[in-house]
Design a protein around this ligand. Structure first.
Ligand SMILES: NC(=O)c1ccc[n+]([C@@H]2O[C@H](COP(=O)([O-])OP(=O)(O)OC[C@H]3O[C@@H](n4cnc5c(N)ncnc54)[C@H](OP(=O)(O)O)[C@@H]3O)[C@@H](O)[C@H]2O)c1
Length: 276
């Protein structure tokens, strides 16, 4: 597929919070679209004024105004705001051909089809490192999304990280691994830094050492293409210090804790669906 260097048409966001801002920052920095072709519908005037002043984009408290001539519409509101924000007037105002890209957690294509019966739909699961250009986004398009439009959606998220196209059935597990994953990584970085402070290091240095070690190790897995276990074997000499540390981590059940974390997301997500 040809690499997209420009987004065609106008882009709208419903909701102009943290994730929307991270995407806007990425696409503007990549020169994928001019600021004047982006419109954000947010429900607070001060937030709209900030987005307009900072990025030169159009931002309005009227969602209908934002979506009326868009060719792609990103739904970047919280799932609890669906009924309030995606009402009949909004759906009637938006062009039928506009591709709707939802980044809302736990809102599946089935629910989106009920709201948008005619538009092409993409369910997306990004994560917060998007804000620093190192996000991980999974995309599940429905069968109304053309190759050309999917290429544009990939280019949009690709401007702020990595992208994979997946089948929707994988989305809940993906949410549990990469959607929520930054939370797990922050806890591990904080814990390693604390241990460093306990070993006598200044706090600021300990945090830098821990964060750069996680960032560098992740980069190494991706760039070498080697299995993480192979890279681990390369740093564990027989009878050495690292294997002694790994023994301590395994004794505390660090691997089992990861299985439990992912299973907890799936269970919680199921319970929340039941409440809707
Ligand atoms: N953060 C993550 O790690 C992450 C990862 C993957 C997916 N997501 C999904 O991304 C979506 C956005 O998350 P976020 O972190 O960007 O949340 P956020 O910062 O709270 O952004 C949501 C924005 O929507 C605005 N809003 C509320 N009601 C609205 C309405 N009726 N019309 C228009 N705008 C309205 C909110 O304004 P107020 O603040 O004034 O209410 C806020 O600016 C969520 O569905 C979340 O599940 C988030």
């Amino acid at each position: 597929m040809e690499k997209i260097t420009k987004l065609n048409g106008r882009l709208a966001f419903v909701g102009g919070g943290n994730m929307a801002e991270a995407i806007i920052k990425g696409i503007l920095a990549a020169g994928l679209i001019a600021p004047g072709k982006i419109s954000v519908g947010g429900h607070r005037g001060d937030r709209c004024a900030y987005l307009h002043k900072t990025y030169g984009i159009n931002a309005t408290v009227n969602n209908n105004e934002a979506v009326k001539d868009a060719s792609m519409i990103v739904l970047a509101i919280k799932p609890q705001k669906v009924a309030e924000a995606l009402d009949e007037t909004l759906v009637a105002t938006m062009p039928n051909k506009a591709t709707v890209v939802s980044i809302m957690g736990s809102v599946d294509l089935k629910k989106l089809w009920e709201i948008f019966p005619v538009n092409p739909l993409v369910r997306a699961m990004p994560n917060t490192p998007l804000a620093v250009g190192a996000g991980m986004t999974a995309l599940a398009p429905d069968n109304k999304v053309s190759e050309a439009m999917l290429a544009e959606v990939k280019a949009m998220f690709g401007s702020c990280g990595e992208v994979e196209v997946v089948s929707e059935s994988a989305m809940e597990a993906i949410t549990a691994v990469s959607g929520c994953g930054p939370g797990y990584a922050f806890v591990l970085i904080d814990a390693l830094a604390d241990a460093g402070v306990n070993a006598g290091l200044p706090r600021k240095l300990a945090i830098k050492l821990a964060a750069q070690t996680f960032a560098g190790s992740g980069k190494m897995v991706i760039e070498t293409g080697k299995h993480p276990a192979e890279l681990r074997d390369m740093v564990t000499s027989p009878g050495g210090t690292t294997i002694a540390a790994l023994h301590a981590l395994e004794s505390k059940g660090v691997r089992g804790a990861m299985y439990d974390a992912v299973a907890a997301v799936l269970a919680r997500s199921e319970a929340l669906k039941g409440k809707k």
